[in-house]
Design a protein around this ligand. Sequence first.
Ligand code: HEM
Length: 423
Amino acid sequence: MASSDLQDRLTFLNLKDTDLVLLRELRPSVEEQADELVAAFYRHLLAFPATRRYLRDPEVKERLLGLQRQYLLSLTPPALDTAYFEERRRIGEAHERVGLELRWYIGAYSLYLSLLTPLIQRVYAHDAAKAQGCIGAIQKVLFLDAQIAMDAYVERHGRELEYLMQELSTEGRRLARNYEDQKAELRSTEDRARAAEALASVGTLVAGLAHEIGTPMGVIQGHAKLLEGAVSGESAEWRLQTIQEQIGRISKIIETLLNMARPRRTRRLPVDLTPLLDNSLSFLREKLGRRGIEVEKNLGSAPCISGDAERLQQLFLNLLFNAADAMPEGGRLRVELSGSEDGWVEIRVADTGVGISSDVLGEIFEPFFTTKAAGAGYGLGLVVAEGVVTDHRGTIEVESSEGKGTTFTMRFPVPEAGDGGSS
Ligand code: HEM
């Protein structure tokens, strides 16, 4: 507190040296009566539930009796220096800290005045003017103390309120963010539901179409078979063979479409991905070896996920075949499995192959998109792969750089204890 402020307060209260002299003269009597005064003060506080509740602890009681005694003595006379003012501020803050309401706190200064007045009247019984002066002096000091303590009290209270307001507005912002997130989540769930609905009707259409095409295709295939041996001449044989190859191709596309369109119940059983990835790699070992593809396997320990082992195997095979096809001249295939701390399992399949150019990278999960030579792929493998991933509540991401290679990263949630069943 600035000394000019202290001075202003003293001047306003008209607290003069003569007041201090009177209070000094009172000191021996206060010393003598201090214990009684403090006891009376304390009795008063015990008489009211609002103040009594702070005095239940006997240790606090003991401490307070001593502090009150000290306080009482510090009034005769008050030092009125900076340290004195700081101490008064501290006392104010201490009461705000314990949560004492201001009305009881300020009321206690009046209580002190009413306890000290009869004492002063007794001490100056022979000198009414002195008694009057001394009562006035103690009144000014108690008012000064109450002022300083109250200012500090209110300031601290304000700071605390400000802090609370800040906390409240932070909390408010957090809630608003949560609300927005939930709204977005709901929107995307709705979008997904709509997309699933659309897919289901497309699926029905595709299944019907595939069936319709499949039947005459079977007939054509049968007749083509019957023609084997019935045609002669190199050119006719070659034509028949081409017809059969193309029928085979169409049949494969139809089969894949039917597989995709068929409503599935994804099994939900605990699946350990390590043997699944190992098996997939073994399955491709020969193809990889032939191409001079070096395999780097890092299958660290990861918890089981909940799902359909068969479909997951299909997913891995799809990705591994793609990786192998992307490295016709050989290269390195890296397969990694790891369990993250936040309840996810991560799988990476990375090749050092031809890569995918950035302008088509966004389309690779679209049906019939393929970078492979005509006849080498139908552009459905990654559609199936994405379907398997989303059915397992997972995510799949791709990073690629042309001429350097492609990395697919999949993340699957680890079920919490108690999760399970089928969906
Ligand atoms: C004239 C009014 C009062 C004065 C001068 C006074 C004086 C003091 C002082 C000097 C302290 C120690 C502060 C510190 O440095 O930490 C204190 C603490 C305290 N006072 Fe007062 N007090 C007054 C009124 C009251 C009233 C009305 C109550 C109500 C019960 C009260 C309850 C307390 C409590 C609970 C503490 C904290 C005790 C502890 O845990 O250490 N005071 N008081």
